[in-house]
Design a protein. Sequence first.
Length: 440
Amino acid sequence: MNISIVGSGYVGLVTGVCLAHIGHRIICVDNDPEKIKRLKRGEIPIFEPELEGLLKRYFKLKKLSFTVSIKEATQKTDVIFIAVGTPSKKNGDADLTFVENVAREIAVNMNSYKLVVEKSTVPTATGMRVQRTIALNLPKKFQSNKKKTIAFDVASNPEFLREGSAVHDFMNPDRIVIGVESKKAEDLLREIYKPLKAPIVVTNINSAEMIKHASNSFLATKISFINAIAQVCDRVGADVLKVAEGMGFDKRIGRNFLDAGIGYGGSCFPKDVDAFISLSERSGYDFALLKAVRNINEHQKRSFVRLIEDKLWIIKNKTIGILGVAFKPNTDDMRNAPSIDIIQHLQSEGATIKAYDPQAVEKAKPCLPGVQFCKDVFSTVSDCDCLLLLTQWDEFKKVDFKKVKQVMRQTIIFDGRNFFEKEKLEALGFEYFGIGRGKL
Ligand code: UDX
């Protein structure tokens, strides 16, 4: 099928490349001409495993093209996905300006039936607003004469991709959610996803939008729940790793998303939780549970800093070595990374910060002024008064701690992700502090 994707950010690019991979002809659109130029050269603005190779392959095969023109994309394709950003406004609401602009531009350029699919995470009822925006902005010739009117459908098809495994997640989804108001729209979306083997949940647009809110909020709740348990573990001498293991075997609970740490970050959970709290409030419901989820997440960062202050005593003039700054491993994304708040706080207390991340250094530099970025683990930890692990990159598993011990000034490790083996490090003579490990 001929499909266009408006918005070549994270979601749009992965969706476009993967839809080409399963046999469709794709036009990716972005209003940033520089980005489009770079994409045509095969350069992708993000680090995402597998994406670059597939992009180059389908561009060469002419299954994937790039343009700045919504007009061109609208007129050459039958299905248009909207995957533009929905940033947070000051009050937590999602800012839908980009979505409205795109809907309007699609409308004025319509030349035949179109299915317009929202892919961006949007508040419930946005689909209806997109529908109305398109109807109000159709070319005048289609508005004035009823017989000549143009048909179109709007649908919701939320994404559930995790950064770092987005291509894999697209090709192997747990489920595909399709929110539609017509049989034609349902049939088109079923056809698009035919090559993927996954259960398809078909519902109306509002419910599809709600599935996305509910899923992300539930996952954030799971993380905050285990982080709250970790707080109690530290106080009563229990070990959250064992607690999560013991809970996780219960099939109703499951072990995934029970990793205690310095809190969730990224472009989705913090923003989506805020937006859902705000949406619920405006609909007349005080979602107190989600407010607590958000508070617990903020508390995790503060309590980690407090632990460091407690064990280091004076922060001023101490040198702190940091391993990992991205919001999670296998990505260079720094959006809402817990490392930002933690580092800024330690800097404000007068610490010197050295840091290393396998992928995120370039994106981290503007977010973390004053940090000295190093080329590897050893140069980061040498002469440091303590080491903080903030992102659990696989390559940190291979670190030779005997050597680390020789180059550090004080052998103290704060493991913000419970990633290292506590017993092994203690046997080597390190002071080790994890999250919820029951000994503070
Ligand atoms: C998430 C959702 O998983 C995805 O379905 C949605 O489409 C977008 O948001 P992503 O933001 O890429 O994806 O990351 P994810 O792997 O879900 O992790 C989010 C954050 O939670 C990270 O900061 C991670 O470190 C943290 N996390 C995750 C925990 O602290 N503990 C856990 O047990 C799991």
